[in-house]
Design a binder for this molecule. Structure first.
Ligand SMILES: *[C@@H]1O[C@H](CO)[C@@H](O)[C@H](O)[C@H]1NC(C)=O
Ligand SMILES: *[C@@H]1O[C@H](CO)[C@@H](O)[C@H](O)[C@H]1NC(C)=O
Ligand SMILES: *[C@@H]1O[C@H](CO)[C@@H](O)[C@H](O)[C@H]1NC(C)=O
Ligand SMILES: *[C@@H]1O[C@H](CO)[C@@H](O)[C@H](O)[C@H]1NC(C)=O
Ligand SMILES: *[C@@H]1O[C@H](CO)[C@@H](O)[C@H](O)[C@H]1NC(C)=O
Ligand SMILES: *[C@@H]1O[C@H](CO)[C@@H](O)[C@H](O)[C@H]1NC(C)=O
Ligand SMILES: *[C@@H]1O[C@H](CO)[C@@H](O)[C@H](O)[C@H]1NC(C)=O
Ligand SMILES: *[C@@H]1O[C@H](CO)[C@@H](O)[C@H](O)[C@H]1NC(C)=O
Length: 512
């Protein structure tokens, strides 16, 4: 089962945690008006305690909470608690403790706590041991996400099936009305925080926690949407950074149509690679088949009649799967080609999912109806992206026509499409609209992207080269979303940068 329509959600599911990526923007101006947090927000320190037994985390994980204002513009107004975990450094003879390292898994909506707990248990086995030795690894759940006052909504409304590709005025109005009712329920159940889960506010939270840790300048790994969080942090607090690793770049500043174009063509590029692989690789159950023809036929069949999902019961996930859901939910299956234990679904799993669907069991492609990270992610997305181009049915249809011409195999289905259309009618206004950043740091920022990333496409990474002054760009000549957990050459380069603070050669191309 896949999260409903949120395929940009990147699932580095080493821990089964969902990682994704997206954007933010406040009145960010170039370096000069960088930000200082309100005076008293930095006063308190962080008290680490044993995690509650029901959390059942490894012994080396400690827990804490930290109070921040709901609205950073009203620092004396109502506060709430952020939740965070720490895995203390374990320096050895050959390594010394270097400070604290934040890791954000993306989404938006992915829980950094879940990711860091998983790394505490299994990080060494995927080659991240040197980071665990050298750093206190910090998992700070962003506001509204995970254990940090998570956004709550009426999951009954969330579970209603509504098309994100409306064709008639009536279907269009149904979509907007559905979004409005869902958003009202979130506002009702979450309270005023719903209007303040934008990425700028999350970046300020990270700065407040960094100061409270009193452990020197920031070390940060942002995966997928976490790259936007990191870039917006760097725009606000350029002087407070030691290392900033951005793996799989989200460019927040683009037009709505450009985002659809980049993401749906990136998805199609990798889908086409997958078709060739699945037809020839011995680990694919579709070996010897014309996989693109099967894909088209499956979509045609599911358009006629949704395909049953017998392992779903309508509460956990939807009991059948239509063509639109196949398009949205397949994107995340392309994130990781190899079958690395703990990493998440591999291409072999995707071949199996399509094979099963062609045999009448589409369970693996069914939309999850219970995923809290999807709700949190939606709330962040609705504050971070505009949807002006879809305000009329005609505008939406024109965008769809573009997608069908440029990416006929994926037809526009993507996380960008989902967020632009799930946020129509949302009851709280955009807080962090797309805008170019101008990041000027003294410390070099390292950006990494694969050539064929089905989620955060290469064009976004190249676009971010224009928004970050002092950077080094590393390309992985390969497929997939994120490189941090692959354990290859790229992971080695990333680890070395975080530990030494020295960036690799600009323009480096890695093979694994
Ligand atoms: C900052 O001020 C607010 C309101 O006066 C208060 O609730 C909060 O606890 C203060 N924070 C710190 C860290 O002292
Ligand atoms: C640390 O170094 C000493 C002396 O070189 C050695 O005896 C010891 O085994 C090393 N400890 C570890 C954990 O590597
Ligand atoms: C908001 O909550 C109240 C009380 O829990 C409930 O009666 C009302 O129906 C809710 N409204 C929405 C839009 O969810
Ligand atoms: C579906 O399964 C879940 C988990 O097993 C259960 O909690 C839920 O009640 C079931 N729903 C229905 C409609 O049977
Ligand atoms: C089949 O795919 C797997 C996973 O990517 C890869 O490791 C293996 O080398 C491939 N086999 C061949 C013969 O290319
Ligand atoms: C496909 O079905 C087989 C047999 O039921 C099952 O073992 C396998 O896990 C399914 N594949 C996926 C991706 O769920
Ligand atoms: C599509 O439906 C036809 C008729 O039921 C069936 O024979 C065929 O196997 C299906 N193809 C796929 C790819 O699901
Ligand atoms: C686009 O949307 C934003 C936020 O909803 C709004 O402030 C802005 O005025 C809109 N721009 C246009 C050109 O409609």
């Amino acid at each position: 089962m896949v999260q409903h329509t949120l395929s940009l959600r990147f699932s580095l599911s080493l821990l089964a945690s969902s990682l994704i990526a997206t954007a933010s923007a406040v009145p960010l101006t170039p370096r000069s008006p960088t930000c200082t947090l309100p005076a008293n927000s930095t006063a308190s320190s962080i008290e680490w305690t044993t995690c509650p037994p029901e959390a059942s985390v490894p012994d080396n994980v400690q827990c804490a909470s930290f109070s921040v204002p709901i609205d950073w513009d009203e620092p004396h107004g109502a506060h709430f608690n952020l939740a965070l975990v720490r895995v203390p450094a374990t320096p050895s003879n050959s390594s010394s403790r270097l400070g604290s390292l934040f890791i954000n898994p993306g989404g938006p909506g992915g829980s950094a706590i879940e990711l860091v707990v998983a790394l505490a248990a299994g990080g060494e086995s995927i080659g991240l041991g040197p980071l665990l030795e050298s750093f206190d690894v910090i998992g700070l759940d962003p506001r509204g996400v995970g254990f940090s006052n998570p956004v709550k909504c009426d999951m009954g409304i969330w579970a209603e099936r509504v098309s994100l590709f409306p064709e008639t005025q009536e279907e269009f109005e149904q979509l907007v009305e559905h979004n409005r009712r869902l958003g009202e329920s979130c506002l009702n159940m979450t309270g005023p925080l719903l209007a303040h889960v934008d990425t700028i506010s999350a970046a300020k939270d990270h700065e407040a926690v960094r100061i409270a840790l009193n452990d020197g300048p920031l070390n940060f790994v942002g995966l997928s949407y976490g790259t936007q969080l990191g870039a917006q942090y760097a725009a606000l607090f350029p002087d407070n950074i030691r290392t900033l690793l951005l793996d799989s770049m989200l460019q927040h500043s683009q037009s709505e149509a450009a985002n659809i174009l980049t993401e749906s063509t990136s998805y199609q590029l990798v889908l086409t690679d997958f078709f060739a692989w699945a037809a020839t690789n011995e680990t694919s159950v579709l070996h010897g088949r014309d996989v693109e023809a099967l894909w088209r036929e499956l979509l045609a069949n599911a358009t006629q009649t949704p395909i049953p999902a017998p392992t779903c019961n309508g509460t956990t996930c939807r009991t059948d799967v239509n063509a639109e859901e196949i398009l949205f939910n397949s994107q995340a299956f392309l994130h990781f080609k190899p079958a690395i234990p703990g990493l998440g679904a591999s291409w072999a799993d995707f071949a199996s999912a399509l094979h099963n669907a062609s045999q009448g069991d589409a369970s693996a492609l069914s939309s999850s109806l219970t995923d809290p990270s999807a709700i949190s992610g939606l709330a962040v997305e609705c504050l971070d992206w505009t949807h002006n181009a879809s305000l009329t049915l005609a505008g939406m249809r024109a965008k769809k026509a573009m997608a069908e011409h440029y990416a006929p195999l994926t037809q526009g289905a993507s996380q960008s499409w989902a967020l632009q259309h799930q946020c129509l009618g949302w009851p709280v206004p955009v807080a962090n609209p797309p805008a170019k950043l101008h990041v000027k740091t003294d410390a070099p920022i390292v950006m990494v992207n694969s050539y064929a990333d089905p989620s955060t496409g290469f064009p976004w990474a190249l676009g971010m080269l224009e928004e970050i002054d002092n950077k080094v760009f590393v390309s992985r000549d390969g497929v997939g979303h994120t490189s941090f957990a692959l354990g290859g050459e790229t992971t080695q380069v990333e680890i070395e940068y975080l530990i030494t603070g020295r960036a690799p050669r600009d323009g480096l191309v890695t093979r694994s």
